[in-house]
Ligand binder design. Structure first.
Ligand code: ADP
Ligand code: S3P
Ligand code: MG
Length: 177
């Protein structure tokens, strides 16, 4: 079956580490946001604007159930995916879930230059962003902590660190599987 779900807050590295890990492991990589945009012919921002967050979450769940059928795949979930409906239970039932845990400071550093495509962050000033990150992490930890594996993804700032993180993740999954 070999289906790995990466979960964690916005900016934790799900897309970056997921892509690199899948390439090294010879697995397919699916970013759930990209998959949603392909299937709906809408950007995430457009979906939020047209359907509201509740409408986006319905779409996100339906698309999760589609990619949950794929085999030999690394799936980078969206930051909110595990926090709605029974999505975290579904992911734990259909694959191995990995919580990418990064410090609020690392998340802030990454997200302050990458707000545009994230509707939840788009109107936040840098001053508001750190508080939003800390509150969001605290509110979602009950879901993220249900992951089978927990991985420190604070070191993803360049290709060397990404490569090292890929190897650390492979070792962790091989040792504990
Ligand atoms: N190798 C990198 N070098 C510099 N910044 C990076 C790198 N990888 C990720 N980032 C920053 O972190 C942000 C979040 O990474 P990403 O993989 O998109 O996380 P997620 O999918 O969990 O939201 C990126 O938008 C970028 O700003
Ligand atoms: O945390 C969230 O609720 C969201 C995270 C985003 O994905 P990333 O975690 O890849 O940014 C995307 O699904 C949407 O903007 C909502
Ligand atoms: Mg992502």
């Amino acid at each position: 079956m070999k289906r790995i779900y990466l979960i964690g807050y916005m900016g934790s590295g799900k897309t970056t580490l997921g892509k690199a890990f899948a390439c090294a492991a010879g697995m397919q990589f699916i970013d759930l946001d990209w998959y949603i945009e392909e299937r709906m012919h809408r950007t995430i921002r457009e979906l939020f604007a047209e359907r509201g967050e509740s409408g986006f979450r319905e779409v996100e769940r339906n698309m999760l159930y589609e990619v949950g059928e794929f085999e030999n795949v690394v799936i980078a979930a969206g930051g909110g995916t595990p926090c709605f409906f029974d999505n975290i239970a579904y992911m734990n039932r259909t694959g191995d879930t990995v919580f990418l845990n990064a410090s609020p400071e690392a998340l802030f550093r990454r997200l302050k230059v990458a707000k545009a495509k994230r509707p939840l962050l788009a109107d936040k000033t840098d001053e508001e962003l750190m508080g939003f990150i800390k509150d969001g992490l605290a509110g979602r930890m009950a879901f993220y902590s249900q992951a089978k594996y927990h991985f420190d993804s604070s070191l993803l700032e360049d290709r060397r660190q990404i490569g090292e993180s890929v190897e650390r993740l492979r070792t962790m999954l091989e040792e504990k599987s």
